[in-house]
Design a protein around this ligand. Structure first.
Ligand SMILES: NC(=O)c1ccc[n+]([C@@H]2O[C@H](COP(=O)([O-])OP(=O)(O)OC[C@H]3O[C@@H](n4cnc5c(N)ncnc54)[C@H](O)[C@@H]3O)[C@@H](O)[C@H]2O)c1
Length: 253
């Protein structure tokens, strides 16, 4: 029987982290590097660490090309993590605005980045992940892929929870289940669904959110490290099609 240290060793594995320059993405890259993996980042901007492959996920052709380049430069891919997204703080017209002003252009762009690009990435990396023998895909969804926003939390603040965020995150969970059975037994596919993570939120929101969270606080990026370590490595060798919820108990009641 292998030891825990052996099961979590990612030496000689290559990881592609889509959205790896962001808050969660940086914690994901740090985790995988600490475990021994070579990390490549696919993002609009360069990451804090690892090889950078710049691309706009709204452009399918550019995404395909950047992904192929990453696979070729890293010499394959064993782990694919998708955590790029239009989030509440994303500043584009028609996105983080009251419902009546949310546009189909912003909706389509958000669905392309949050959901469609995960499909494109999985399709492009499929054969390389299959060759790996240890292929693992992790898609970042959200509590808002499972439950509706409690709009009372946002009252009197400038925060908005756009409709397309929720729709795309729900879609990601079903894409994860589809890929989990399609790619079995060679590649495992799982999701991580975080609750609210500390960002520059208004105090009124933070207080209301924390009061409704069983563990009494927002998450920090570090809270995701254990979930990534588990799902990326052989620690979870018999786990596929699972949605690992990291929400301090938010969805329990
Ligand atoms: N922050 C939270 O409270 C929270 C809660 C639940 C789930 N999540 C999920 O975790 C993931 C990471 O969130 P985060 O807080 O780190 O967000 P973030 O904004 O810090 O990171 C998102 C990354 O995606 C990249 N990105 C956005 N649009 C892109 C595009 N068109 N092309 C290429 N890259 C693009 C950004 O450059 C950024 O590096 C997201 O999937 C998000 O939905 C976050």
């Amino acid at each position: 029987m292998r030891t825990i240290a052996e099961l979590m060793n990612l030496r000689d594995r290559k990881a592609l982290v889509v959205g790896g320059a962001g808050g969660v993405g940086s914690a994901v890259c740090e985790t995988l590097q600490e475990m021994g993996a070579v990390v490549g980042i696919l993002d609009l901007k360069g990451g804090k660490t690892g090889l950078s492959f710049i691309c706009d996920l709204k452009n399918e052709e550019a995404t395909g090309e950047a992904t192929e380049k990453a696979i070729s430069e890293m010499g394959g891919v064993d782990i694919l993590v998708h955590c790029a997204a239009y989030v509440g703080e994303t500043k584009v017209p028609g996105w983080s605005v009251p419902f009546e002003n949310q546009t189909t252009t912003a909706w389509n762009d958000a669905v392309t980045v949050n959901l469609t690009s995960a499909f494109v990435l999985a399709r492009t990396c499929w054969k390389s992940l299959e060759k790996s023998g240890n292929g693992s895909i992790i898609l970042f969804s959200s509590i808002y892929g499972m439950v509706a926003p409690n709009f009372g939390l946002y009252e009197g603040t400038s925060m908005i929870n756009p409709a397309a965020y929720n729709a795309s995150k729900g879609g990601l969970l079903q894409l994860m289940r589809y890929l989990a059975t399609l790619f079995a037994p060679k590649i495992r596919v799982n999701a991580i669904s975080p609750g609210g993570i500390v960002r520059n939120y208004p105090e009124a929101f933070t207080k209301r959110y924390e009061a409704k969270t069983p563990l009494g606080r927002l998450a920090v990026d570090e809270d995701l490290k254990g979930a990534v370590a588990y799902l990326a490595s052989d620690l979870s060798e018999y786990v596929t099609g699972h949605n690992l919820i990291i929400d301090g108990g938010w969805t329990t009641w």
